[in-house]
Design a binder for this molecule. Structure first.
Ligand code: PEP
Ligand code: MN
Length: 249
């Protein structure tokens, strides 16, 4: 049977150190991954959790970009993140669920991104309110951002069991009617919260016509400094792609 071709963004929740980044990136490149993600500035709920290495990790990203030829992306939540990222020449950024939910922050980020050519991936807001999601895309488009792509990462609801975030697939479908021409990826990692739940979520997303997956992968998930339970080794990600019978586009 001909394998379905899908887009794939993969990489660790957080950039932790150079060897973790390079080892993970080499493992992913071996699978055919072309777009690498890693969070430098991490929005953590509790004070005292690992908040990312910040700008110190930018050279690790650009090394992966240069030496492995991967497109690299990180999360931006403040105008100073955008400034640092644009200066370093990173290819793409994503806007996280907590930021999409805040119209003030979206306006600030859209302003900071104005005139740049970076691809901007926008996650759904953490709460199930698609007006916030629509408004975030509108703010980016009004700022002249040409390449806006969408990530569905599930929503925070009172009872999301067994998931970390409820998928609420129908909301993602509804959102799509407003922007039918955008590219849609699903982030099963933040919906699931646990590796063991990833496979059926990926299957469902692909059956709904998502263009690709946005998956967290770490060379050694057990010791990851954030989202340890939901990350896959590159080898396990390869096995997941084989069970889904897909090829990376
Ligand atoms: C992430 O991608 O690591 C992240 C923090 O995601 P979200 O904004 O979806 O919680
Ligand atoms: Mn994460």
């Amino acid at each position: 049977m001909e394998k379905k071709r899908i887009g794939l963004v993969a990489g660790p929740c957080s950039a932790e150190n150079r060897s973790q980044m390079l080892e993970t990136a080499w493992g992913l490149k071996a699978l055919g991954v072309q777009m690498f993600r890693a969070g430098l500035w991490k929005p953590r709920s509790r004070w005292g959790s690992f908040e990312g290495v910040g700008a110190k990790g930018l050279p690790w990203m650009t090394e992966i970009q240069r030496e492995l030829g991967l497109k690299v992306m990180t999360e931006v939540a403040l105008p100073r993140h955008v400034e640092a990222v644009l200066k370093s020449g990173i290819d793409m950024v994503w806007i996280g669920a907590r930021t999409t939910a805040n119209p003030f922050m979206m306006s600030e980020l859209a302003e900071a991104l104005k005139g740049s050519r970076v691809t901007v991936w926008i996650k759904n807001p953490i709460c199930p309110d698609i007006a916030l999601w629509i408004g975030a895309v509108e703010r980016l488009q009004n700022a002249g951002i040409q390449d806006v792509r969408v990530i569905h990462r599930g929503f925070c609801v009172v009872d999301s069991a067994p998931y970390r975030n409820a998928p609420l697939w129908e909301l993602a479908e509804l959102f799509r009617h407003y922007f039918p021409d955008l590219t849609y990826y699903c982030d099963p990692s933040h919906i699931a919260g646990k590796r063991g739940l990833l496979f059926p979520l990926c299957e469902k997303a692909l059956s709904l016509g998502f263009d690709g997956l946005f998956v967290e992968s770490h060379n050694c998930p057990e010791v990851a400094l954030s989202d340890s339970a939901q990350q896959l080794t590159p080898t396990d990600l390869g096995a997941l792609l084989r069970s889904l019978q897909v090829m990376i586009n």
